[in-house]
Ligand binder design. Structure first.
Ligand code: 1GP
Length: 248
């Protein structure tokens, strides 16, 4: 079974998926491996690998290899550009930053990276990336026309456009380390519009079980946490808190 089918089955069975994001630019590969092992024992469903700056080439490849050696979870690439493609990963969020002003982030990087994905046999998971205020590094680097927090309609319109273009996943991103996560009203409006089949991922600024649960209750199918995992000493305990809060 492919990774996308596996994630969708977990959504069906448990009500939601938890994804742990590790930025290869934030720690050495062996440390990332240890964090992934702890996250696995805490119950996370897969490891995402990527970052807005400094997450390219050898550093990505070595981080993916260390994670694969340390745990049995699928590794999904979350690249900012074609340099974020690693041949050792299981899958890639093959994404387009729909609200970018820069065509590089909408189709050009995808055109450059697609032959690599094909060559290495990495499973592509088609995903729309929509950046919401405050947007963080992803918003700045990706030159996003940030969706205002009080305009769920704009997020819905992008999400519907993504669905009609054939994208399977919609990622609502508030930006890594955001002081405010994506508003629950926006998550609810997007999920209502796109329906059950199109999966909604929410990330950016989620630090505790309650915040994660509120977004799952509103309709998020998958929750991404990165920064908090890098900050806590007890990675396993933090992941357990998040996972138990979102799984039914
Ligand atoms: C960033 O949405 C992810 O791309 C995760 O955000 O680092 O705030 O958990 P945090």
């Amino acid at each position: 079974m492919g990774i996308e089918d596996r994630l969708n089955q977990i959504v069906k069975k448990d009500g939601a998926v938890h994804l742990t994001l590790l930025d290869p630019d934030s720690q050495q590969p062996d440390v990332a491996g240890n964090m992934a092992r702890e996250a696995e024992s805490g119950g996370t469903d897969a490891i995402m690998v990527g970052g807005s700056t400094g997450a390219t080439g050898v550093v990505v490849e070595e981080t993916v290899k260390a994670i694969k050696a340390a745990c049995s979870l699928p590794v999904i690439l979350f690249p900012a550009n074609p340099g974020g493609v690693s041949e050792s990963a299981d899958a890639i969020f093959f994404m387009s930053l729909l609200n970018s002003r820069d065509i590089n982030y909408i189709t050009t990087s995808q055109m450059i990276g697609a032959p690599l994905v094909y060559k290495h046999g990495i499973e592509p998971i088609s995903m729309a990336y929509i950046v919401i205020e405050p947007g963080g590094a992803a918003g700045w680097v990706g030159d996003a026309r940030l969706i205002p927090r009080n305009r769920p309609k704009f997020a819905v319109a992008y999400a519907l456009a993504a669905k009609y273009l054939g994208m399977h996943y919609i990622y609502l991103e508030a930006g890594s380390g955001a002081d405010k996560p994506v508003p629950v009203e926006m998550v609810a409006a997007v999920k209502k519009a796109v329906g059950e089949e199109t999966k909604v991922i929410v990330g950016g600024g989620i630090r505790d079980g309650k915040t994660a649960r509120e977004r799952v209750k509103a309709g998020a199918d998958m929750i991404v946490t990165g920064t908090i995992v890098e900050q806590v000493e007890d990675v396993r305990g933090k992941i357990e808190e998040l996972v138990s809060a979102i799984k039914s």
